[in-house]
Design a protein around this ligand. Structure first.
Ligand code: 6PG
Length: 239
């Protein structure tokens, strides 16, 4: 694993840096394997990155978009991570609809939807039960509680090792989320973290030792590159 922590001057610089890394990973993935697979994050921090991608002249037919987690709401709901990424990015570029793989949320049964998304991933990557595909890029954020994707402190989702996708739990509300072993197979994980409210969580995530069940982002240790991009307010935590 190559791990890099960068503190950028402000949110604009954070977005510019994340864009540069994403573009470089897209180039490499397409050059080496012909396609690039990206897992999008929810939350507010990556939205300007999605908007910035619209201006890029990319081979969109070779880019496949998934989500690392999703709120358990309909696709048109304001809380939907899919909706945010579509409005900011995917509806505004020439990407084939079949390249977009949202997490399903319509079964009225989060476990069934998690399982359906796992099957979709297995079919896309042509893998069997027990195998884990390597995403080219997984975008992530953290919450003030050190959750990432929908892996919340103290929840059973943190301990799932035999599935690609599982049910997360935010204060009793179900979510759909990538599991730790799926995230950790990635070729490149990019955390985008902004704001002073993230400092205490970052201090625990970067501490030499701390409880992973309490600070779930510590569990992210990918086989590929791990980028922590912080704005200066969040970056106070690593001074
Ligand atoms: C979500 C997430 C979540 C998010 C963090 C950071 O769906 O909410 O994927 O893990 O990345 O909560 O959110 P902000 O970017 O809004 O701080």
């Amino acid at each position: 694993m190559k791990k890099v922590i960068e503190v950028l001057a402000n949110r604009e610089e954070l977005i510019a840096r994340s864009l540069a890394i994403v573009l470089s990973q897209i180039d490499t993935a397409i050059a080496e394997r012909g396609i690039c697979t990206i897992a999008a994050a929810g939350g507010s921090t990556p939205e300007p990155l999605y908007k910035a991608l619209v201006a890029e002249d990319l081979p969109w037919d070779k880019i496949y978009v998934f989500w690392g987690d999703e709120r358990y709401v309909a696709p048109e709901h304001p809380d939907s991570n899919q909706r945010m990424a579509r409005l900011a990015w995917l509806d505004r570029v020439n990407i084939p609809a079949s390249n977009i793989h949202p997490m399903p949320t319509g079964a009225a049964d989060p476990a069934a939807d998690a399982s359906a998304y796992q099957t979709e991933l297995q079919q896309f990557f042509k893998i069997s039960d027990g195998e884990f595909p390597a995403f080219d890029i997984i975008l992530l954020g953290i919450g003030d509680d050190a959750h990432t994707a929908s892996l919340f402190p103290g929840t059973p989702a943190l301990q799932v090792r035999d599935a690609l996708v599982t049910v997360g739990n935010k204060d009793g509300q179900p979510r759909i989320t990538f599991t730790v072993p799926l995230i950790n197979r990635a070729r490149c994980v990019i955390f985008m973290v902004a704001g002073a409210s993230k400092q205490p969580a970052l201090a625990q995530i970067f501490a030499p030792a701390a409880d992973e069940m309490t600070y779930p982002a510590r569990l992210v240790q990918p086989e590929g590159e791990l980028w922590w991009l912080l704005d200066s307010a969040a970056g106070e935590a690593v001074k």
